[in-house]
Structure formats: structure tokens, C-alpha cells
Design a protein around this ligand. Structure first.
Ligand code: SF4
Length: 191
């Protein structure tokens, strides 16, 4: 701007000025306030219209995928830990959501981790609490899981019934199974 005001501007300077002018700078009328189109509905949405809520029931997982968001490779992201959410806090979350979703026909309640199946007993109790306390409310339950815990349970029950289950492990399969058993046992021991 100094070069333009001193009549010393180059073509390059004029080009930059033209670009900024096209983008809305240097107008006589200035923008006083910027507001998102949904801002007027924010109060209503937060007090009566919560459709979906996800509870992080544990920060632990029975796997350690290299690409995992919680593997310590990402800035500003948490890492795996033994922190769990107590049943009492889960119930408080549910009460919070129910009090703010009266305008919703069906609420989606998600359970997330880490691996939420490590906390399946508390999740089941939490679902029972919702069903008992909020009869008549329609709730869809969702869980984000790697399902390994389920596979292990099925495998163990098959073995208990005498069903032979030859396991074919390829590549890093064996070390993966070891990690799963170790992490699952560790998560239970460190309560
Ligand atoms: S299963 Fe999911 S939470 Fe667990 S380590 Fe892998 S990506 Fe991360």
C-alpha cells in the first residue's frame, strides 16, 4: 500500500491489490459481524434438540494399531490410558442428554473408546438404566468396536463345547493375538 500511495507500485503490487479487492477487502461498507446461519437455532438445539451423543467409556484398547489416532503420533490428541468412565458418570451423561432432547423422536446414544467392549458390564447397566428411567423414550444404541473381544468370547465358548477351531494365523497374526490377550488382561488388572 505504501508503494501504491507513493506512485511506485509495480504490476505485481497491482495484481495483489486486484486479488484482495475481488475477495472483498478495501470496501467502503465494512462487515460489522459474522454469524453462522445456524447461530439463531443454537440455544434451541442445545436445550431441546440433541439428537446424538457419544460417551467415551474407556481410553484403553486391546489393540495398538499403528494408524490409531490415540497412538501418540498426533499432536493435540490424547493417548491410550487406563482411564475409564464410572457407571455413575455414564448415568449423569444420560440424564444430561435426556433433559436436552425433548424435541427428538429417537435419540442415538453411542459408546466409544478405546475399545468399549472392555467396559461391557457398565455399558449393559447403563442401557438398563436408560430403559428403566426413561420408559417411552426411543433410544438407538450404537457402539464403535474392533469386535476382537466378541471373537475371543465366541472362540472360548466353542472350545468349551468341544468344537475344534483350527486357527490359521498369517503374517503378524500371532503377535496380534498376544497383544489382544495381554491388553485385555492388563485392562482388567489395572482397575
Ligand atoms: S482398535 Fe481402534 S482404538 Fe484400538 S488401537 Fe486400533 S484404531 Fe485405536
Amino acid at each position: 500500500m505504501q508503494r501504491i500511495e507513493a506512485n511506485e507500485a509495480t504490476n505485481y503490487d497491482w495484481g495483489i491489490l486486484a486479488r484482495y479487492t475481488r475477495q472483498g477487502y478495501f470496501r467502503e461498507s465494512r462487515i460489522k459481524e459474522i454469524q453462522h446461519p445456524a447461530t439463531p437455532f443454537l440455544q434451541f438445539n442445545l436445550t431441546k434438540n440433541i439428537k446424538q451423543f457419544t460417551i467415551q467409556v474407556t481410553q484403553n484398547c486391546n489393540l495398538r494399531c499403528k494408524y490409531c489416532t490415540y497412538d501418540g503420533n498426533y499432536n493435540y490428541q490424547r493417548i491410550h490410558s487406563n482411564k475409564i468412565m464410572t457407571l455413575g458418570i455414564m448415568k449423569k451423561c444420560v440424564d444430561f442428554i435426556m433433559a436436552r432432547s425433548s424435541g427428538i423422536a429417537e435419540i442415538s446414544l453411542g459408546f466409544y473408546g478405546g475399545e468399549p467392549l472392555l467396559e461391557i458390564e457398565n455399558i449393559k447397566k447403563c442401557v438398563d438404566y436408560v430403559k428403566e428411567t426413561y420408559r417411552g423414550r426411543s433410544v438407538r444404541y450404537v457402539m464403535t468396536t474392533n469386535e476382537l473381544f466378541l471373537m475371543m468370547k465366541i472362540l472360548i465358548s466353542c472350545l468349551k463345547t468341544g468344537l475344534m477351531c483350527p486357527l490359521v494365523l498369517m503374517g503378524q497374526g500371532l503377535s496380534m493375538i498376544r497383544i489382544v490377550f495381554f491388553r485385555t488382561a492388563q485392562a482388567r488388572l489395572t482397575r
